[in-house]
Ligand binder design. Structure first.
Ligand SMILES: Nc1nc2c(ncn2[C@@H]2O[C@H](COP(=O)(O)OP(=O)(O)OP(=O)(O)O)[C@@H](O)[C@H]2O)c(=O)[nH]1
Ligand SMILES: [Mg+2]
Length: 570
């Protein structure tokens, strides 16, 4: 039977006790009178915890928490710096009326880089900044003085950030593309490339002519072909897709600055000793990118609102995340660190993690396969409600922060109704979300391949010809047409993770029966007697366990740490 929830949406009655325990339970016993519903207060901000527990770190006062700004998405427009123009100048000296050309070169424009660093935890500063501009190169000056380079900009982002290119505007690549297209056209029509009249304006716009020259001199100027230039920085091809899941030792180039123009001494020939022209600096690329932060924690806590996730985090780490007896106390993800080593050389728990891909090519030392784990991180996210995968409540936006956790810990409140039902509801949301993410990812890859245009990259052949056999033809991350039709994993990337249940608030009366039912259900899943609660095929069911705890008293929480470490070590 469905009823109308206090916020006006339709939700099955089963969710109400989880969302608004104060409406249904008083001192652990369910309320029976219907009139009590109307009289009950929705939020209890002052008496945040049952009165029998004295205030402590695990039962904090409502204002005893750390606040920090947090954003996990940002959109940025990046402008690399234009190159400075080359200078047209001639040496002037008394009694030397016709000095040699001495115009300096323009400075190169600054580039925009990105770097994943420890210490950054949020994208909120970038989300507010919106635009990032690198410096323009200064134009060259007389007496062979080159222009200074534009300043580079490095964007520091937290480890775990994903960078996606949305749009790019590269005037130089466009010009090159049109030039090569013209050449191709003339080849197809069997005409020599020079038969087609050159686009005068396009060619001329790349040059600066001497302002002091007379009209007749200007008319007689014969511009040479643009010189070929070597680039130190190659613009990454479109579309850029980076997954910065590790700190990057060096900044990664996103938008390369334009080359500076060449001064007039470069164009001296035996026929033209006084070139009255120099080249303009290149116009630089601009990019629109999207940043998405997926926090990298070893263990992700998933639970209904008010289940006790934050209290659990406080009890196993030194986190000061907010705790309160109402739904949606936590509005942004929190990460806590569980220290397994008391920093005095004596490990509290022996754990090893596998090391891969960290081989130092210059080291003769054998690479260890595993190293001692001294700490692991736990992410606490806002509570999920039914329909979270459809963006109801707050849950959906934050599920991505547990998406990359090695282990999922489902936190279930034993005092708020049937624990098995609560667990099934959570897995249903997580499973649906995982399937949706898979679908989204496939759609994005398909779209990227459709949107992508070779003109945006710098990988044209000599004549601008496109070769699909060439691995550089495909956008980054896609190496062949088959890659675009990846078989659906159906959400297995989340449902395939090891998981366990933390049955919390075990100190409250009449919770033992609820726990026994939950434990029996998990044993049945492990033995394959009932299906995995997510409904995803091939999901992890190796050793599903429920650990009873009272986080507010700090009882049983050591077992949570031990179990999590066991699953992390594999
Ligand atoms: N008796 C008892 N109360 C607990 C326990 N753990 C948490 N609580 C209380 O349950 C309420 C909710 O705790 P929170 O840790 O804020 O719950 P949460 O899951 O983080 O809630 P949201 O952030 O809103 O999703 C608080 O009043 C806690 O004091 C426990 O083990 N026993
Ligand atoms: Mg919380």
């Amino acid at each position: 039977m469905a009823c109308r929830s206090p916020c006006g949406t339709r939700s099955p009655r089963v969710f109400l006790p989880f969302l608004y325990p104060s409406l249904f339970f008083q001192n652990g016993a369910p309320r029976t009178s219907a009139g009590a519903l109307a009289g009950a207060r929705r939020h209890r901000s002052t008496d945040a915890a049952p009165s029998e527990y004295p205030p402590s770190r695990l039962n904090p006062a409502p204002d005893d928490y750390a606040i920090s700004s947090f954003a996990d998405k940002a959109r940025l427009t990046l402008y690399a710096g234009d190159g400075g123009h080359g200078c047209i100048s001639f040496h002037r000296e008394a009694y030397l009326p016709d000095g040699p050309p001495n115009g300096g070169d323009g400075g190169h424009g600054g580039s925009v880089y990105i770097q994943a660093v420890h210490g950054e935890t949020s994208l909120h500063k970038l989300a507010r900044r919106k635009v990032v501009r690198a410096g323009k190169g200064k134009s060259g000056r007389g007496s062979s003085r080159g222009g200074t380079r534009g300043d580079d900009v490095v964007i520091p982002v937290p480890v775990g950030t994903i960078v996606r290119e949305l749009r790019r505007d590269d005037p130089e690549a466009e010009a090159r593309f049109f030039l090569s297209a013209r050449k191709r056209r003339s080849m197809l029509t069997d005409q020599p490339p020079d038969a087609e009249p050159p686009d005068e304006d396009a060619e001329r716009s790349r040059w600066i002519l001497y302002p002091g020259a007379s009209t007749t001199e200007l008319k007689s100027i014969q511009l040479p072909p643009l010189p070929r230039r070597d680039r130190v920085l190659q613009q990454p091809k479109a579309p850029i897709h980076l997954d910065l899941s590790k700190p990057t030792p060096r900044p990664i180039l996103l938008a390369a600055g334009g080359l500076g123009g060449l001064g007039n001494p470069h164009f001296v020939t035996k026929d033209n000793r006084k070139p009255m022209f120099a080249t303009r600096g290149e116009r630089a690329i601009s990019l629109e990118i999207e940043l998405e932060l997926r926090l990298l924690a070893d263990v992700g806590l998933v639970g209904l609102p008010n289940a006790g996730k934050s209290t659990l985090l406080r009890s196993i780490t030194n986190s000061r995340t907010r705790v309160g007896n109402w739904a949606f106390t936590t509005l942004q993800p929190n990460i806590g660190t569980v220290v397994l080593d008391n920093n005095k050389g004596r490990p509290l728990l022996t754990s090893y993690r596998k090391v891969k891909g960290q081989h130092d090519p210059f080291s003769m030392e054998p690479v260890p396969e595993q190293e001692r784990r001294t700490r692991f991180t736990v992410a606490d996210i806002p509570g999920l409600i039914e329909g979270a995968h459809l963006d109801k409540g707050l849950g959906m936006a934050f599920l991505r922060h547990v998406e990359r956790a090695g282990v999922l810990a489902f936190v279930v409140d034993l005092s708020a109704g049937n624990a098995v039902q609560a667990l099934k509801a959570l897995w249903l949301e997580v499973g649906l979300y995982a399937q949706m993410r898979d679908e989204e990812e496939r759609a994005r890859r398909r779209q990227a391949a459709v949107d992508w245009s070779p003109s945006a990259g710098t990988n044209l052949g000599r004549h601008g010809d496109i070769d699909p056999e060439d691995p550089t033809f495909w956008p980054s991350g896609v190496h062949s047409p088959e890659d675009l039709s990846v078989a659906s994993t159906g959400g297995l990337h989340i449902a395939g993770k090891p998981w366990f249940v933390v049955a919390t608030k075990g100190d409250l009366p009449d919770t033992a029966e609820n726990f026994v039912e939950l434990r029996d259900y998990l044993t049945a899943i492990t033995h394959g007697e009932v299906p995995h609660p997510s409904g995803v095929e091939g999901a992890w069911t190796k050793e599903c366990a429920a650990i009873p705890v009272s986080a507010i008293r700090g009882e049983g929480v050591d077992r949570v740490v031990h179990w999590a470490v066991g699953l992390l070590d594999g």
